[in-house]
Ligand binder design. Sequence first.
Ligand SMILES: [Zn+2]
Length: 468
Amino acid sequence: MTPLPESESALLAALYARISDDKMGQEAGVKRQLADGRGIAQRLGLPEPREFVDNDISATNAKHRPEYENLLAAIAAGLIRIVIIYHLSRLWRNRKERAAGIEFFKKYGVRLIMVKGPEIDFATAYGRAMAGLLGEFDSMEVEVKSERQVSEMEQAVRDGRPPTGRRAFGYARTGGELVAEEAEVVAEAYRLLLTGASLSSIAKWLNEAGWRTTTGGAWGHNSVRSVLMNERNAGLREYHGDLYGGSWPPIVAEETWRAAHAILTDAGRRTNKVGSSRKWLLTNLAHCGVCAAQDIESVMLCTYRDDARRVYRCKRSPGHLTRNAAPVDELVARVVVERLSRPDAADLLVNEDAPDLAALRGEAMTLRARQEDIAAAFGDGEMTRVQFRTANERVAARLAEVEAAMGDVQRVPVLADLVKADDVSAVWDGLMLDRQRAVVDVLMTVTILPAGPGRRVFDPASVKIDWR
Ligand SMILES: [Zn+2]
């Protein structure tokens, strides 16, 4: 490299460096970029360059680069005519930035000097073409690398290998083997959820038993949710929106995971009434009898009328129906225990509408295999894009139906513990409140009626119970 003529060396130079997330460990650190850049400035007899350093994570996303923008502003202000960089890829991260950058450098006649690469004068057509070509090679390198990563990932999914990355609770770091004690805990957490426990109460249960998340933290609503939502527990792996079967041991059956998934994602259904942590048995569960008489649906909230007295009152119109809560709760609990103690209680566990689980599982497997066949046929050029889309949509629609049906099968376990117990009353008393609420919700509709004028004694007939 020849020293610059006197007139140009008098102009101010800038040194731009950028550090990015470099998983391959191939790029020079900022210190090296700066040291080599200063060396070049010195050899060329340039004044000490003004330094601009950006720190960003990835070369391909559109993150803000404040120092790069400061550099452009300094160029536009006529303060900088020479820019020194380590490599062209430090300056522009993608085609769009490069195209804009080349135009900008042309406008201000910037000269670019690279530690790794030729010197480029943007005032000349040759220089600009050179910058464009060198940049294209940078882009190609980035794209080839990401293509390779995508195809490795796809291969891993097709081979049924477990996902890598952070350890999942219940599985060893390799992802292929269970951690037996944790897996049992995960299975129990699913059981609790499906029998009406809220995420918060499951978190509490885990914390009290001394369990910690895989990052060592205490359990909370969100961490429990993310464990239960993880399809890995059912031996499945998601890739681009599709599920693939894995070769690792599942913790729960697919239908259990689906049922949990349905509860955790369907805000309108059970979760609203039962899933969230409530303090009282019938809050948001019991209906208002005054509203019901006018064909309006409204539920009851629970509040304290004074320090001692807890009351249920209509959510829609708080004034028109207020009832002491404790006797209502006691009555409902007594009726539940009585119903579940009867000899025919076991009949409640028979769900005649339940679909045949084995058949559903088989159909889901067949449909997923069919999806893969369709994708392969399209990939091999055996079908057009339109044919592919039509065939794929048909299979996907049926698969969604089958998957939803699998999730519905698990409605009954809410009652199982109670029905099978010798002492139903004791088991009921020992249940977490949200599980008690789930039992009430599965068994009956409770409507609270007005007590009638002048009544001092609680009248059981003022609570209407309709069996489901
Ligand atoms: Zn009402």
